[in-house]
Design a protein around this ligand. Structure first.
Ligand code: NAD
Length: 498
């Protein structure tokens, strides 16, 4: 009998659903774990109606009570962290430690959101005119929909809903249909924490579900994380339906390695950042820009043994550093990029196609790590996001050449520089056109009390996600000017307060 994975609406497991859905695989073995059953249009409408009703009550719940709910949720997340990580590892294929790390980064946002009474404090100006005062406040938007990608089944939803809920909104999560189960566990835990029914809902679905949410008049804002073509579509459609939208897209993150860099640190950083989670991270490093021929030669010489020593396998196997790709279809796409790179004339120093999984993994979606050298800016493998375990080395003449490569690239999510020069690091941080910069840090994902977001084709909208930007995105500002010494005269000129 099939294991159906359904929606969670109004605090309940929702078995409605129609016949439409898709299979969820264990990417390590190829085994079908269950079927995501998509919510039907009538159920989407019902869910929005419930969330709308719940939002009016939740918005009037004091911030400290909302914070207490999140505080209890936080405790439950710690209690169930391993279970959640196992679900993620099984459906996504990333290693168990990596999945635990993902949950930890999500928990950090919940911890930040617990400070919402302080974060929502407004401003007050006394006597802006004679006995006239002004205060400004931030109020919730109403119903927020979150649409999330496959690569972080718990962390990316937790970039969104703890902040949205803390600010007094209700939330509808539409997770990736490829990894639907973690979101249901999050829904159960937040219900157990005392969150009122209808405030947090999960709608399982595909692009049709998303398009319905984008057009629904009772959805006030959309947080999206996924690929750039979809992010562009979400931003255009959502804003044309008068919604506030933040849409985070894809990436091609460059790491610049200067001749004075600590090469061991750079190689260690690159191996994890390029091949961890099989390269399926929006902050993965997919381009290493080596400054000078000597740096490039030394870098490749040290990368080769490190790549060949990578332990590939299923998420639960001990010592594994890299798991499979998410699906057979995505594996084919990455394979075709490797083929393209060869045709374009790049040197394939390590060919991940040679890797053969054995035993129960022989039907999994595995691909070994690949390394291309002598990649140039015109090549498709340089221009496009591959989202797999493929690292491209580009050789730059000098620092200015390296910086211009990063800045001319259409994506601008994260970037890093490895150097021992403070002056170069400072110049790079100032002039580079990317939203998140690492100095001797390969994956500079900001902590929860800063905000996450890219530039250029990596983000559509005005707000980064979580941190103080999250508070601004999930609330709207209002300024109230009050006078209590009323007189009865009329004034026909533009009021000035003196
Ligand atoms: P995706 O864009 O295919 O899917 C993301 C979500 O959008 C899913 O919930 C999916 O159901 C929905 N969707 C897919 N096609 C749609 C369409 N045509 N119309 C409406 N909705 C649609 O992304 P993915 O493959 O799940 O995730 C990988 C991508 O996400 C990569 O490009 C990666 O760089 C990006 N990503 C970005 C960040 C970031 O912070 N910038 C973080 C994680 C992942």
């Amino acid at each position: 009998m099939s294991n159906f994975i359904d929606s969670h609406i109004n605090g309940q497991h929702f078995t409605g659903g129609g016949s439409e859905g898709c299979d969820v695989h264990n990417p390590a073995t190829g085994e079908v774990l269950g079927t995501t059953r998509f919510a039907q249009p009538a159920e989407v409408n019902q869910c929005v109606e419930i969330a709308k009703h719940a939002s009016s009550i939740w918005a009037n719940t004091s911030p400290i009570k909302r914070a207490r709910t999140l505080f209890r949720f936080n405790g439950l997340l710690y209690q169930h962290q391993s279970e959640l990580a196992e679900i993620i590892a099984q459906e996504h294929g990333k290693t168990l430690d990596d999945a635990k790390g993902e949950v930890t980064r999500g928990i950090e946002v919940v911890e930040f959101a617990c400070g919402i009474p302080q974060l929502l404090k407004g401003e007050y100006s006394e006597n802006v005119g004679t006995q006239v005062d002004t205060h400004s406040i931030r109020q919730p938007l109403g119903v927020v929909a979150g649409i999330t990608p496959f690569n972080f089944p718990a962390m990316v939803p937790m970039w969104m809903f703890p902040m949205a809920l803390a600010c007094g909104n209700s939330f509808i999560l539409k997770p990736s249909e490829k990894v639907p189960t973690a979101s249901l566990m999050l829904a159960q835990l937040i219900k157990k924490a005392g969150c009122p029914d209808g405030v947090f809902n999960v709608l399982q679905g595909n692009k049709d579900t998303v398009n319905q949410l984008l057009e629904h008049r009772d959805i006030d804002a959309i947080s999206f994380v996924g690929s750039t073509p979809v992010a562009r579509h979400i931003y255009a459609q959502g804003t044309s339906h008068s919604k506030r939208v933040q849409a985070l897209g894809g990436a091609k993150n460059h790491m610049v390695i200067m001749p004075d860099a600590d090469l061991d640190a750079a190689v260690n950083g690159l191996i994890g950042a390029a091949y961890g989670s099989a390269g399926e991270r929006c902050m993965a490093i997919s381009v290493a820009v080596a400054v000078g021929e000597r740096t490039a030669d030394e870098l490749t010489a040290r990368l080769l043994p490190a790549i060949n020593a990578l332990k590939i396998g299923g998420a639960m196997e001990s010592g594994v550093e890299m798991g499979p790709l998410i699906s057979q279809q995505h594996r084919q796409k990455v394979l075709s990029y490797i083929e393209t790179g060869v045709q374009e004339g790049a040197s394939l120093l390590v060919d991940g196609r040679q890797y053969q999984a054995t035993g129960e993994n022989s039907h999994g979606f595995f691909l070994g790590a690949s390394l291309f050298d002598h990649v140039t800016a015109e090549m498709r493998i340089y221009q496009e996001e591959i989202f797999g375990p493929v690292l491209c080395i580009v050789r730059a003449d000098d620092y200015e050449h390296a910086l211009s490569m990063v800045n001319m690239h259409p994506f601008g999510n994260g970037t890093a520089i490895f150097t021992q020069s403070g002056a170069i690091a400072r110049d790079f941080s100032t002039r580079v056109t990317a939203g998140m910069v690492g100095v001797n840090v390969p994956i500079p994902v900001p902590v929860a009390y800063h905000s996450f977001g890219g530039w250029k084709s990596s983000l559509f909208g005005d707000h980064h996600i979580y941190g103080s930007e999250g508070v601004r995105f999930y609330t709207r500002a209002k300024a109230v000017t009050s006078r209590w010494n009323l007189d009865s005269s009329s004034d026909f000129v533009m009021p000035t307060l003196e």
